[in-house]
Design a protein around this ligand. Structure first.
Ligand code: ZN
Length: 266
């Protein structure tokens, strides 16, 4: 648990950077492109609550998509993690990190905050109350919105096949599908793909071999049609996918191999 005084007087290299805002439930430091932290409290003026297991609703502050909310939306766009401070009682907070702005609902004016794996919080919490709280959250499965946020961030919001870079048209594609064994929501079971390449991957028009090379279905390769087929698919054949910089986030080769077998069988 952390007290309010510590959060307000937090320093980085001698420079004071409060981790929470003095009066608001959101902290948007001038120096940062996206929101640093939000404070969630069940008795606050905003209606934040669980939407589903592991996903928190955090209402927009007044002012619509501009103002304070702009940096929350930005955190969603770039897949930046933030800290959620859960207010346990007056002046006492628990830090939950990282959490992700998994979804922006402009119509109903809220964002969905997805909690990441909290095992560590449970392990490192000192008091029994904190421990129980963290464990109760750990049990809630997050993971779809967090999966998308993690995968898009790992691939720097670009399609791994064609480098297309608009989040609105990007998906986190599963390598081993969700429902199958091994298809868990781990970043190494995902690749960021644009809508067309994701659909092509799911239909086995496009495959990715375990050595990270794009393959196009052989019948499709000889077909003659318009620019989507030619530039969007045929010209991708034989190219290497763009990998996450962080090695630990790269696609799992065993899963790629399993999936590539299904592609090759077509
Ligand atoms: Zn693409």
């Amino acid at each position: 648990m952390i007290d309010r005084h510590t959060l307000l007087n937090f320093e980085v290299d001698g420079e004071k950077i409060p981790l929470i805002d003095y009066s608001r439930g959101i902290r948007n430091p001038r120096q940062l492109q996206a929101t640093l932290s939000i404070v969630s409290s069940a008795d606050g003026p905003y209606g934040d609550a669980f939407i589903e297991e592991g996903v928190w609703r955090y209402d927009f502050r007044t002012g619509g998509p501009g103002g304070d909310n702009a940096k929350l939306i930005e955190a969603n766009r770039i897949g930046a993690p933030l800290i959620m401070f859960r207010k346990l009682r007056r002046n006492v907070y628990q830090a939950i990190y990282p959490v992700w702005v998994a979804q922006v609902n402009r119509r109903e004016q809220y964002v969905a905050i997805a909690l990441d794996d909290l095992v560590e919080v449970a392990q490192h919490s000192a008091s029994p109350i904190e421990k129980r709280y963290a464990e109760s959250i750990t049990k809630r499965r997050v993971h779809q919105p967090a999966f998308r946020a993690m995968v898009l961030r790992a691939y720097e919001t670009r399609c791994t096949v064609c480098r297309f870079a608009h989040a609105e048209l990007l998906d986190a594609a599963h390598i081993v599908p969700d429902a199958e064994a091994g298809g868990d929501a781990d970043v190494t079971n995902g690749m960021t793909m644009c809508k067309i390449h994701h659909a092509a991957y799911d239909q086995n028009f496009l495959g990715v071999s375990p050595d990270y090379v794009v393959h196009i279905n052989k019948n499709l390769l000889v077909e003659k049609d318009g620019p989507m087929l030619k530039h969007g698919l045929q010209e991708m054949h034989g190219l290497s996918i763009t990998l996450p910089r962080t090695k630990a986030e790269r696609p799992n080769r065993d899963r790629l191999a399993a999936r590539f077998e299904a592609f090759s069988a077509v």
